[in-house]
Design a protein around this ligand. Structure first.
Ligand code: ARG
Length: 405
């Protein structure tokens, strides 16, 4: 450990990452701590956080402008993948970790650092995601994780910081642990640790309550090209703006809140609250358009791939051969996912009310209709059913005693 001279620390401005700075110097004898705060659209004053790192003893304090890459290379592929961990969580926090890890590695190379560090504790998923991503991108790089070792209570952490001129936080600390980026907010701990206790309204910032959501429904249209959203209500926008707009629209109507029991990588179940209005909305719309444009067997099989994709991302395998291969499959399916989905937003619901694809719809009205325009050949059904049910009929003939109600 003592051979490390220069380290790049993933920095958030909170108490824990702030005291990492003197701790790395004092306990590890590291001369230079470079901090990196990632801009992921969390809407904080990053200059202030940057300055705090310098005051806490960092020799260089950097801000990584990662928002566009985050949206382009992490959020948008997750939309194509309809990625929902546990069938619910669109991975808003999990998607950010491999990108921060990548930036940490790049910065360590640029500044000739011999290690990277992060302030994750030993109980969460984020440590797993950081470590696996760093190991994949830079197997030679040492990872230092003070918060996995120091065993400090919050009070002790604050006292330790004060010894090194790091002021105790002025604002009362939120009773929750909250992670925020452009894709959403993850809220856990505090009273939420009781899984039966309903979340209080004040934990939400991106989504309206049922009471405050507008009393009138709003119909919107989202257009997709090759499985990526490109326009909302006919207005074409940058990818980032699509997400911002989707956040505003869904958030206003209170759509995108998630309250779940989640299976962490380390084997424990935890109670998590999320609000991911835009991402949840875009995934829902995308999935709908696939029902119109993909064949039934492809949809079925893709669901297996999607589930695995979400697990891999959740569990820290963003940079892995299996994830690469699944990306290949998913991307291959998206050429035809073109069209528009119409959604009604109303009181925490996003109800699909229409879908259209001019060139790639597999819906054939002349086959589906019950009117006189019907082109479906009804006679052929007889031969089809004769064979479709043949094996089952043979089984039933000799096993009638096993037939159940
Ligand atoms: N449980 C979520 C995940 O593993 C979010 C964790 C976010 N961190 C936090 N401090 N709330 O992706």
């Amino acid at each position: 450990m003592s051979s490390v001279k220069k380290v790049v620390l993933a920095y958030s401005g909170g108490v824990d990452t702030s005291i990492c700075i003197p701790y790395l110097k004092e306990k590890y004898g590291i001369k230079e701590v470079i901090t990196l705060v990632a801009d992921l659209g969390q809407g904080e004053d990053l200059q202030k956080i940057r300055d705090k790192a310098l005051k806490s003893g960092a020799s260089v304090s950097l801000i990584g402008n990662l928002v566009d890459t985050f949206v382009d290379s992490y959020a948008f592929p997750a939309i194509r993948s309809n990625a929902l961990y546990g069938g619910k969580y669109p991975l808003s926090t999990a998607l950010a970790r491999p990108l921060i890890a990548k930036e940490l590695v790049a910065t360590s190379r640029e500044y000739n650092a011999d290690a990277v560090a992060h302030g994750c504790t030993g109980k969460g998923n984020d440590q797993v995601r950081f470590d696996l991503a760093i190991n994949a991108l830079a197997p030679d790089l040492q990872i230092i994780t003070p918060a996995r070792e120091w065993n400090l209570s919050r009070e002790e952490a604050i006292a330790y910081g004060e010894k090194f001129g790091i002021p105790a936080p002025v604002s009362k600390k939120s009773p929750y642990s909250i992670d925020v980026n452009l894709l959403g907010r993850s809220i856990e701990a505090g009273v939420l640790e009781d899984p039966m206790r309903a979340p209080s309204e004040d934990i939400f910032e991106m989504t309206s309550s049922l009471k405050d959501a507008p009393d009138l429904p709003q119909d919107i249209e989202i257009e997709f090209k090759k499985g990526f959203p490109v326009a909302i209500d006919g207005a074409y926008m940058s990818r980032k703006d699509i997400l911002l707009k989707a956040n505003l629209l869904a958030g206003k109507h209170g759509f995108g809140r998630i309250d779940m029991i989640e299976d962490r990588v380390v084997g424990i179940k935890s109670r998590e609250i999320y609000e991911t209005p835009g991402l949840s909305l875009l995934i829902k719309a995308h999935k709908e358009l696939e029902t119109l444009t993909l064949t039934h067997d492809l949809i079925d099989f893709k669901e297996l791939i999607e589930k695995k994709w979400a697990q891999l991302v959740y569990q820290g395998y963003w940079f892995s051969p299996l994830k690469n291969a699944l990306d290949g499959f998913i991307n291959n399916t998206q050429e035809v996912v073109n069209g528009i989905v119409k959604i009604q937003l109303f009181k925490a619901n996003a109800t699909i009310i229409g879908r259209l694809s001019n060139n790639n719809s597999l819906y054939r009205e002349d086959l589906a209709t019950y009117s006189h325009l019907d082109k479906f050949n009804h006679k052929n059904a007889e031969g089809f059913i004769y064979m479709w049910g043949m094996s089952n009929k043979i089984w039933a003939e000799s096993n009638s005693k096993y037939l159940k109600d």
